[in-house]
Design a protein around this ligand. Structure first.
Ligand SMILES: NC(=O)c1ccc[n+]([C@@H]2O[C@H](COP(=O)([O-])OP(=O)(O)OC[C@H]3O[C@@H](n4cnc5c(N)ncnc54)[C@H](O)[C@@H]3O)[C@@H](O)[C@H]2O)c1
Ligand SMILES: CC(C)[C@H](C(=O)O)[C@@H](O)C(=O)O
Ligand SMILES: [Mg+2]
Length: 370
């Protein structure tokens, strides 16, 4: 099978972790006789430096013409620390999400048995956690009207949701719940915000079409607490753009590292796959960033192409490495590898015909069969 993948490495650690994901994809290609054609394109601060735009037209075009998009990370301290910069790397990512219609960002959170000690939470709280956050990605406060007074005396951001924006991700989340433990928790702030009350209204209405799925509701402040108090209660978490952003970073402490969490952004035109972490500029070029989130995002990409067995091999290779006590420094592993060495080892394992998938190594929790 031949597939075209647009690759947007971006900034900071983006290129180095994305490169490891490409090695894993190439190894999958060798093992299963597929050919992945990559089209590299600029985004974020790198694109601003080259073209003045955080999302050049050519980049969007490359994504539109691809079967899937692999995204690294964007962001640069020179913009983070300048609240007056008019052009910013993050605008590139937001424009990409809007341009490709990436309406649902799926962020699975699972644990690995030999990494439980890494979480600041008690091991019995995090063991067997298997939840997935469905984050709405092209609406809400990220995309509403905004502005700042010239004299800096005030500023505003509007949170607007349209019914259809809520409907499409709700359907997706309920359909996904059917393949899991059949529970959806809508996280909102319906006790205060009108747009959250619209979410409740629409989700309640649509839930009647899914009588087999249990639906419950939680205010986001409570959810932030419950997520670390008793994470096992969650199956599918359905939420708006900003709440999903915040809760998923919080959830990464359950897994033990930001460097472990992949994501899939389901689109109207094509879909995009990216780690949930950012450009981690402090680590850029030091070969210490964990590439597993990027590599596992590549596995989600393969799922989207219905290459399920291929995706499983990637997940099994990651699990095998972790079981051997191998990892990047933030995992405090028994054997420390750099970013590149992790990528090489995983690719090598995948390409090795004798490397077999053991059922308990697949970590089904991070597959997206939707
Ligand atoms: N999707 C994206 O591209 C994205 C996401 C978040 C933040 N950002 C941008 O990234 C820049 C830095 O933001 P930040 O520091 O708040 O978030 P970040 O995710 O880059 O880093 C936060 C912390 O998470 C840990 N971490 C992140 N990635 C890791 C990895 N691969 N391996 C090991 N540890 C890892 C590190 O401890 C790091 O200090 C900003 O410019 C921000 O706007 C981009
Ligand atoms: C960089 C930023 C625009 C982005 C977001 O807030 O969506 C990031 O935090 C993420 O989680 O992908
Ligand atoms: Mg985020």
């Amino acid at each position: 099978m031949k597939k075209k993948i647009a690759v947007l490495p971006g900034d900071g650690i983006g290129p180095e972790v994305t490169w490891q994901a490409i090695k894993a994809l190439d190894a999958v290609g060798d093992r299963f006789d597929h050919y992945f054609e990559y089209c590299f394109a600029d985004v974020g601060a790198t694109a601003i430096d080259k073209t003045g735009s955080p999302l050049p037209d050519l980049t969007l075009e490359a994504c539109m013409n691809a079967d899937a998009v692999l995204f690294g990370a964007i962001g640069d301290p020179k913009y983070d620390n300048d609240p007056n910069a008019k052009v910013r790397p993050e605008q590139g990512l937001l424009a990409l999400r809007k341009g490709l219609g990436l309406y649902a960002n799926i962020r699975p959170v699972t644990t690995y048995s030999n990494l439980l000690h890494l979480s600041p939470l008690k091991e019995n709280k995090v063991k067997d956690v298997d939840l997935v956050i469905f984050r709405e990605l092209t609406g809400g406060i990220y995309f509403g009207e905004k502005g700042r007074a010239e004299d800096n005396s005030s500023a505003f951001d509007t949170c607007l949701y349209k019914r259809e924006e809520i409907e499409r991700i709700t359907h997706l989340s309920f359909q996904h719940a059917r393949q899991r433990r059949k529970k959806v928790t809508l996280v909102d702030k319906a006790n205060v915000l009108e747009n959250s009350r619209l979410w409740r209204h629409v989700v309640q209405e649509l839930s009647t079409g899914y009588p087999d799925i249990e639906l419950d509701y939680m205010f986001v402040d409570n959810a932030a607490m419950q997520l670390i108090q008793w994470p096992k209660q969650f199956d599918v978490v359905l939420t708006s753009n900003m709440f999903g952003d915040i809760l998923s970073d919080e959830a990464s402490v359950i897994a033990g590292s930001m460097g472990l969490l992949p994501s899939a952004s389901i689109g109207l035109h094509t879909s995009m796959f990216e780690p949930i972490h950012g450009s981690y500029p402090q680590a850029a070029g030091s070969d210490i960033a964990n590439p597993m989130a990027a590599i596992l995002s590549a596995a989600m990409l393969l799922d989207s192409l219905e290459l399920f067995e291929e995706a499983k091999v990637i997940r099994a290779a990651v699990t095998t490495l972790l079981e051997k006590g191998i990892g990047t420094p933030e995992l405090s592993p028994r054997i420390t590898y750099g970013t590149t060495q992790i990528g090489d080892t995983i690719a090598h394992m995948i390409a090795e015909p004798d490397f077999m998938i053991k059922d308990d190594q697949v970590n089904e929790g991070i597959s997206t069969i939707i």
